[in-house]
Design a protein around this ligand. Structure first.
Ligand SMILES: Cc1cc2nc3c(=O)[nH]c(=O)nc-3n(C[C@H](O)[C@H](O)[C@H](O)COP(=O)(O)OP(=O)(O)OC[C@H]3O[C@@H](n4cnc5c(N)ncnc54)[C@H](O)[C@@H]3O)c2cc1C
Length: 401
C-alpha cells in the first residue's frame, strides 16, 4: 500500500476534472482521463477531496498523538514595549484576551520583557491582566530575537499556558514564529478575529486567506499552547481601571539563556518625519496614480496642514516611492483612522483589507469606475495632482495655517 498522504483511486476516478478545477495550487492534472496529484505542489488542503463527487480521492489523516492538554492553563499576552513604552497593540490584546480568559474561566497573564521596566507592570494589570510575568534584566534592554525567544520558551515550558497572543508587528511576527517551532505549537499569523469554541474550548482563530477573498478559521486542537499573532487596530483596547490590582511575578533568567549570536550596532530611526499611521486619526494615502516619488511631496504638504499620517498602496511602495512602513493593506499595516483619504488608489481587495474600517473614506481617482468608490463615503473624480493642492490651499485658509 502506498505511503502517500493523498492518492487518487483509479477505479473510482471518472476524469470529470472537478478536482483539477478545485485545486488552488494547480497540483492536479489529468492524464489519460485520470486525475494525477503532484505531491511536491500539493499542500494537503483537502479542497479536491471535498470537490470529488465520486469519492475517488483519499487523504490519510495524520494520526495525532494523544496528548494530555489539561495541564495547559491561562491566556497569555506578550506585552510588546520599546524603550519602556508599552505598545498600544498590547492593550488591544489584553482587551481580547480578557474575553477569552473569562470564557475559559482562566487567568489573563501578560509577559513583560525588558530592562528597567518594573514600573510598567501596573499599566498591564490596570488593563485587565491578573498576573504579570516580569523579566527585567539588563541583557534584555532592546529586542533581539534569540534572547527574547529563549525567555518566552523557558516561561512557556515552565508554566504551560493554554493560549499565547502576540501583536502581528515586526517584533511579534519575528519572535513568536521562533517560539512556536521550539515549543511544538500551532501558530496562526495575522488573525483578525478570535473566539472560543463553546464545545471543544479550542481557540478559533480567524484570518484572511487566499488574498483576502475568504476568511479562514483555524484551530490547533492537538497541541498547546495555541498561538496567534493579531493585527494591530483590529481589536478594541482594554479600558484602564487604575484600581485594579494584579500579581507581579518577577522571574530571573539564567545568563546562558540570554546569549545572542547577534549584537545591535546602531539604531537608525526612519528619517521621514510624519505621524505614525498605525496611530493616526487622519491618513492621506497615495497610490500608483501619483505617478512619481516627487508627487508624494504634494501629499506630504496636505498631510502637514491637516495633521495627517501618510499611507501608501503596495504599488507605490514596490516602486520605491515611499518606504514600506507606510504601506497599508494585507501585507502592510491595518489602520483605523477617523478619516482615510485615498489618492490615486484603485481599491484592490488587498488594500481594502488594511483600511476599510476607517470611519470616513474619501477617494480621489480619475476613473469613475475605480473599485475604491464602492466603499468610499465621499468620492472625487479627477486628477489627484490637481485636487490635492486645491484641498491643501483651502484647508490652510480654514485652519489659519
Ligand atoms: C498577496 C498580495 C498582497 C498584497 N498586499 C497589498 C497591500 O498590503 N497593500 C496594497 O495596497 N496592495 C497590496 N497588494 C497589491 C494589490 O493587489 C494592488 O496591486 C495594489 O493595491 C494597487 O495599488 P494602486 O491602487 O496604487 O495601483 P493601481 O491598481 O494601478 O491603481 C492606480 C489608480 O490610480 C488612478 N489614477 C491614475 N492616475 C491618477 C491621477 N492623476 N489622479 C487620480 N487617480 C489616478 C487609476 O485610475 C487607478 O485606479 C497585494 C497583492 C497581493 C497579491
Amino acid at each position: 500500500m502506498s505511503n502517500d498522504p493523498i492518492k487518487v483511486i483509479d477505479e473510482k476516478c471518472v476524469g470529470c476534472t472537478l478536482c483539477e478545477k478545485s485545486c488552488p495550487f494547480g497540483a492536479i492534472t489529468m492524464k489519460e482521463r485520470l486525475a494525477e496529484i503532484d505531491l511536491t505542489t500539493c499542500t494537503l488542503c483537502g479542497a479536491c477531496v471535498e470537490a470529488c463527487k465520486f469519492e475517488a480521492i483519499e487523504m490519510r489523516q495524520k494520526e495525532a498523538p494523544a496528548k494530555d492538554l489539561s495541564d495547559y492553563k491561562d491566556v497569555w499576552v506578550f506585552a510588546e514595549q520599546s524603550d519602556g513604552h508599552i505598545e498600544s497593540v498590547t492593550y488591544e490584546l489584553l482587551g481580547e484576551g480578557r474575553k477569552l480568559a473569562d470564557e475559559l474561566g482562566m487567568d489573563l497573564c501578560a509577559v513583560l520583557i525588558g530592562s528597567e521596566i518594573k514600573d510598567k507592570a501596573a499599566e498591564l494589570t490596570s488593563r485587565g491582566a491578573d498576573k504579570v510575568y516580569l523579566i527585567d534584566q539588563p541583557e534584555l534592554v532592546y529586542f533581539q530575537d534569540e534572547p527574547y525567544a529563549a525567555v518566552l520558551i523557558d516561561l512557556i515550558k515552565t508554566h504551560k499556558p493554554n493560549i499565547v497572543l502576540c501583536g502581528a508587528t515586526t517584533i511579534g511576527r519575528s519572535l513568536v514564529s521562533r517560539v512556536a517551532v521550539s515549543v511544538d505549537a500551532g501558530l496562526t499569523a495575522d488573525c483578525t478575529g478570535l473566539a472560543i469554541d463553546p464545545e471543544t474550548k479550542n481557540l478559533l482563530q480567524t484570518r484572511p486567506a487566499f488574498g483576502g477573498n475568504i476568511m479562514a478559521t483555524i484551530v490547533s486542537p492537538n497541541n498547546r499552547p495555541q498561538m496567534a499573532t493579531v493585527r494591530h487596530k483590529v481589536m478594541k483596547e482594554a479600558d484602564v481601571d487604575s484600581s485594579r490590582q494584579g500579581e507581579v511575578l518577577i522571574k530571573e533568567i539564567a545568563a546562558e539563556i540570554l546569549k545572542s549570536r547577534t549584537t545591535r550596532r546602531e539604531f537608525v530611526p526612519e528619517t521621514e518625519n510624519t505621524v505614525n499611521i498605525a496611530e493616526a486619526n487622519i491618513i492621506v494615502s497615495g497610490g500608483r496614480g501619483l505617478q512619481s516619488p516627487e508627487n508624494f511631496e504634494v501629499l506630504r504638504e496636505f498631510a502637514e496642514v491637516i495633521g495627517a499620517g501618510i499611507g501608501a498602496s503596495r504599488a507605490a511602495v514596490d516602486a520605491d516611492w515611499i518606504p514600506y512602513s507606510h504601506q497599508v493593506g494585507q501585507t502592510g499595516k491595518t489602520v483605523c483612522p477617523r478619516i482615510y483619504i485615498a489618492c490615486g488608489i484603485s481599491g484592490q481587495i488587498q488594500h481594502l483589507a488594511g483600511m476599510s474600517s476607517a470611519d470616513i473614506i474619501v477617494a480621489i481617482n480619475r476613473d469613475p469606475e475605480a473599485p475604491i468608490f464602492n466603499i468610499a463615503t465621499y468620492g472625487i473624480v479627477g486628477n489627484a495632482l490637481e485636487i490635492v493642492p486645491m484641498l491643501t490651499k483651502e484647508f490652510r485658509k480654514v485652519l489659519g495655517k
